[in-house]
Design a protein around this ligand. Structure first.
Ligand code: NAI
Length: 261
């Protein structure tokens, strides 16, 4: 049985997020799981802070000195009230700093990584913000996005994660480590709760949902978690650098015609 790391893998009472559902599935399969989250996790860390990201990686090395079989980066924040800075710190640097930090542990076990992106990148990404993220220069990124809309920063950061993953595939593969991305569609988690949403926001969510080909329904966190679990597992031993949409076919409606990824 393996040892897996799930950022955003808190298991709180009530509805689970994608990371929580993944942790549950991995535990059910008999694996050990180290969740990294703000609370309710083996490693409690605030991934919006560079020093906390470093500490989380150090703690991983202490908890799994023999290495890890895989890591899925599910931690993220979203919504109009979240600052661009927070979106960049948690969603982008909270992903790449954890993966880069865990690289020696992943190498020890020829492990696998799943980067979690978002299907909304196709709607709201801005090329200049994506390019800024791809500079990987934290100071420059934080200064450059200060006045951008949270929606554009969220989407562009999620798109940049796909690009970053692809840019790293060969280097990680040289260490025997597979990188892949899952792009979840509209999924029923605490992040997309309709609680507290205005009538306008609820109407928009309903419209969004009704354009999902497969049943005009939201995905369940377990459905996304199953795809991540597959990519982490040895069953996906030759799957590397792929971008897997788990969205009920939504991307086909959002982007008809040929697409890059
Ligand atoms: P969620 O809100 O249920 O889970 C996110 C987790 O990240 C939470 O456990 C939260 O505590 C943790 N987190 C947030 N800020 C943190 C911080 N500063 N430090 C440590 N942990 C922190 O969200 P959900 O829906 O499960 O999202 C999982 C992933 O899927 C995210 O990357 C999200 O962007 C992505 N996604 C979700 C979609 C959806 O419709 N739910 C659609 C597309 C992508």
């Amino acid at each position: 049985m393996g040892t897996y790391v799930v950022t955003g893998g808190a298991m709180r009472p009530g509805r689970l997020g994608i990371g929580g559902a993944l942790k549950q599935q991995l535990l059910d399969a008999g694996h050990s799981v180290i969740a990294v989250d703000r609370s309710d996790a083996e490693i409690v860390a605030d991934l919006s802070e560079p020093a906390e990201r470093l500490r989380a990686v150090e703690e991983l090395s202490t908890r799994a000195p023999e290495g890890i079989d895989g890591m899925a980066t599910c931690a993220a924040v979203g919504g109009a009230a979240v600052t661009p800075q927070m979106l960049a710190e948690v969603n982008f640097f909270g992903t790449i700093d954890l993966i880069n930090g865990a690289r020696p542990l992943l190498k020890k076990k020829a492990g696998s990584v799943v980067v979690v992106s978002s299907h909304t990148f196709v709607l709201w990404q801005k090329d200049d913000i994506v390019d800024l993220f791809m500079s990987l220069d934290r100071e420059q990124i934080l200064a450059g996005i200060e006045t951008s809309s949270p929606r554009a920063v969220y989407a562009s950061g999620k798109r940049a994660l796909v690009q970053w993953m692809r840019s790293q595939v060969a280097a990680y593969a040289a260490d025997g480590v597979r990188l892949n991305t899952v792009v979840p569609g509209f999924t029923d988690t605490p992040l997309t709760s309709r609680e507290g949403a205005s009538a306008d926001e609820q109407r928009l969510m309903d419209q969004f949902q009704s354009s999902i080909p497969l049943g005009q329904r939201m995905g369940q966190p377990e459905e996304v978690a199953s795809a991540i679990e597959f990519l982490l597992s040895p069953k996906a031993s030759f799957v590397c650098g792929s971008v897997l949409y788990v969205d009920g076919g939504h991307d086909v409606n959002l982007r008809p015609g040929p697409v890059e990824y």
